[in-house]
Design a protein around this ligand. Structure first.
Ligand code: GGG
Length: 364
């Protein structure tokens, strides 16, 4: 059935606009091929929004976000803020606020390993082969949103880590449901030997687990999980964890997929679904046509599947990415010493390749 959807594109900062161009292009191609009507609008967030309005998340962006059916986001951040911690208005505040305002409490991060990229990782191929993990990172609680304070003499600082039972319950249910549809294994990651918030987390996950007796549940401390992830990543199916632990673990897990430039994510919950690469704004390569557009393209695939229920269309996008990799094409981040120079592509050429393979599927 043909669908009519309004999609808001928020490119954000740095390489954001370079990569969302290609996420949007594949959505347009899919719409043309399947007769869907996707209309696009755009809005500012992050450093670019601070420059234009003084606010990292202008009201107009939030209004448009609420009114759209899905959001394709790039990245936020700028080196000037990283080097000056005293700045009070920061690009990342826009991202945290939009997640909170839209009630996007569950961040799904699939660690999808393309066979062609087994040698792009710093880990051994025999350790990696067959890895398929789906992370559920809690997104609107934890130390990210707890009260922040600093003493008058600036020598003491505090970020409050807190969770309410209901915040754990709702993401745990989503993660267990996903595990039921996969390998029926869920690993909940916490630090319950030290943190009270983690003891609540574990208690609630144990309760919710009783609703899903067909899912094998394991609890693991974050330090052990960080180690197991590189030692034996195949042991994981669904990983459920809190905001801070999830942020760090999924960056680590990106090395399984070869590069952060390969990993997409979907943030879901109460409001409009939000689809973005896990990578940041990468200012060091912005404007140079060097960024890997595949994470944005795969974010568009997640929008099709999770946001709109269009699994066939999503699989076609993933297959087109796979084909580009099978043909040997690489952006700099996933190339290695044996990649022929003529196969190393810039952002636009890689985006074009994926588009070309998408079109070929229709004509095949
Ligand atoms: N596309 C991801 C992105 O822009 N990351 C930058 C960032 O500040 N992330 C913080 C977070 O994801 O919590």
């Amino acid at each position: 059935m043909a669908l009519k959807k309004n999609i808001l594109v928020i490119p954000g900062d740095g390489i954001g606009s370079e990569v969302t161009t290609w996420g949007k292009a594949v959505l347009e191609q899919i719409a043309a091929d399947y007769g869907h009507e996707f209309s696009f609008d755009d809005a500012l967030m992050g450093h670019v929004a601070i420059e234009a309005t003084g606010n990292p998340l202008p009201d107009i962006t939030l209004d448009k976000a609420r009114q759209s059916d899905a959001i394709l986001f790039g990245a936020v951040g700028h080196a000037m803020y990283d080097n000056d911690p005293s700045l009070k208005v920061r690009p990342e505040q826009g991202l945290l606020k939009i997640r909170k305002e839209l009630g996007l409490y569950a961040n799904l991060r699939p660690i999808l390993l393309f066979d062609e990229l087994l040698d792009a990782s710093s880990l051994k191929p025999e350790i990696l082969k067959g890895t398929d993990i789906l992370f559920f990172r809690e997104l609107t609680g934890d130390v990210y949103f707890g009260e922040k304070s600093r003493s008058d003499d600036r020598n003491w600082a505090s970020d409050l880590m807190n969770y309410h039972r209901y915040e754990v319950e709702r993401i745990a249910r989503k993660a267990f449901q996903a595990a039921q549809a996969r390998q029926k294994k869920l690993c909940s990651v916490d630090k319950a030997n030290v943190l009270e918030t983690s003891r609540l987390w574990r208690e609630v996950v144990q309760e919710i687990a009783k609703e899903f007796p067909d899912v094998e549940t394991e609890h693991m401390f974050i330090d052990n999980a960080a180690m197991q992830l590189v030692k034996n990543p195949r042991k994981f199916d669904v990983v459920l964890t809190a905001n801070l632990f999830g942020d760090i673990l999924t960056d680590e897990a990106s090395q399984i997929a070869g590069s952060m430039g390969m990993l997409a994510s979907a943030s879901i919950g109460e409001g409009t679904g939000f689809f973005e690469p896990i990578h940041g704004s990468a200012h060091d390569i912005a404007g140079q046509n060097k960024a890997n557009p595949l994470a944005s393209i795969l974010s568009a695939a997640l929008m099709l599947e999770i946001g709109f229920g269009l699994k066939e269309e999503a699989d076609r996008v993933t297959a087109a990415v796979d084909e580009a990799l099978k043909q040997g094409f690489r952006t700099g981040d996933i190339a290695n010493d044996s990649t022929p120079a003529d196969k190393i592509l810039g952002t636009d050429a890689m985006g074009q390749k994926v588009l070309e393979y998408l079109k070929q599927q229709v004509n095949a």
